[in-house]
Write a protein that binds this ligand. Structure first.
Ligand SMILES: Nc1ncnc2c1ncn2[C@@H]1O[C@H](COP(=O)(O)OP(=O)(O)OP(=O)(O)O)[C@@H](O)[C@H]1O
Ligand SMILES: [Mg+2]
Length: 221
């Protein structure tokens, strides 16, 4: 897990109105789902938004061994006693901030049990092991990401989970905008950046069927 509190706001070139939409979701205590192919700017966007909203960002890269205890916490033995250790989700709920679960569909199924009560109007995190029930403060936000191209048919996001989130779709930038990003990120000049950015994008490869989402940027149709 990584925790960040950035003094500088990471550069992000918007695809559409995603910043305003995200701020609206944050202000209304709504969880957000970021969808989009690899390299479409999801991680950069969340880093940018956390810095802009001035809240800590707790990032968890999900993998197929990641359990609910990895998110919530566990008792650890040390110095002859057992001490409770908060996981990243619990810390974000206790202290406020954005908890970003990257590639959430990869995680074990038991993680949905802790995610669900945080994503409806209860906004609670029951911690069975300690007997506590935490109420999320207004500045707690759960954000998950999902790469529709990645996972197998078996690993889609369950509708009962997906419908809890405001869904935001990311796509690759148009060549002219991508060129600006390359200039910003590398400091190279415009003619050199132009050479690096492909002029033609194969939209067939990039198109996903996402009927329930807000589409940003370059719509292939
Ligand atoms: N809109 C953007 N504004 C600024 N930089 C961008 C933008 N989109 C992409 N980038 C650049 O592309 C890099 C890759 O983007 P990022 O890591 O955010 O993608 P991702 O959607 O999180 O991919 P993955 O699914 O593999 O995690 C960033 O580090 C940044 O340099
Ligand atoms: Mg990412």
């Amino acid at each position: 897990m990584t925790t960040e509190r950035q003094s500088e706001i990471p550069f992000y070139s918007p695809q559409g109105n995603e910043e305003a939409l995200f701020e609206h979701a944050y202000g209304n205590q709504l969880p957000v789902l970021l969808k989009g192919p690899t390299g479409s700017g999801k991680t950069r966007f969340i880093a940018h938004m956390a810095a802009q909203l001035n809240v800590p960002l707790y990032t968890v890269s999900c993998h197929d061994d990641l359990t609910a205890s990895d998110l919530v916490g566990r008792y650890l033995i040390g110095d002859g006693q057992t001490i409770w250790n908060d996981g990243p989700l619990t810390r974000a709920v206790r202290e406020g901030g954005i908890c970003y679960l990257d590639e959430v569909v990869e995680a074990r199924k038991d993680t949905t049990v802790v995610i669900h009560p945080l994503t409806d109007n209860r906004r609670i995190l029951p911690i069975d092991r300690t007997g506590e029930t935490l109420h999320a403060p207004d500045n707690f936000m759960l954000v998950v990401s999902y790469n529709p191209g990645y996972q197998s048919m078996m690993k889609g996001l369950k509708p009962s989970t997906r419908q809890r989130f405001i869904s935001m779709s990311f796509n690759y930038l148009k060549p002219a905008q991508e060129q600006e990003v390359v200039e910003q990120e590398t400091g190279i000049d415009a003619p050199m950046a132009k050479k690096l950015v492909p002029k033609h994008i194969n939209f067939d490869r990039l198109t996903f069927h996402m009927p329930d989402s807000t589409y940003f940027g370059h719509h292939p149709h």
